[in-house]
Design a protein around this ligand. Sequence first.
Ligand SMILES: [Zn+2]
Length: 136
Amino acid sequence: MEIVKHPRFPNPKPGEEETIKGDPSQQNATDAVYAYFDSYTDILLTCKKCGRKFYFFAKEQKYWYEELGFWCDARCTHCVECRAKTHKVKKLQKDYERLQKIDNPSPEEVRRFRIVAKTLIKIGCMKDRSKVDKLG
Ligand SMILES: [Zn+2]
């Protein structure tokens, strides 16, 4: 069974999952509804997008719930690779929106726009090719 590799953390051997202390004073939760985390342990999850197994590391959990301020009921549903892809797509879409609005684009901006648009089409994130086709 393949387990997605994280760029920063090595996957633990079974039985060697790391557990670290949580600091509930840094977490966002509603006492009545969501539990605070006294500790975090590396857990093996299944990615909802690609279906592969991945570790949601204790260190990542602490970062999510204590640094980024995610609510304690927020769950990690995608592996690190799918999260990175989503992030990349969002960045491309933002670039596309920005470049599209430029009135007199420089040759470099036109070049960049073509690349961004073609990439979005290639990965299936843009349906309307007409605007891009005009660019050749
Ligand atoms: Zn995935």
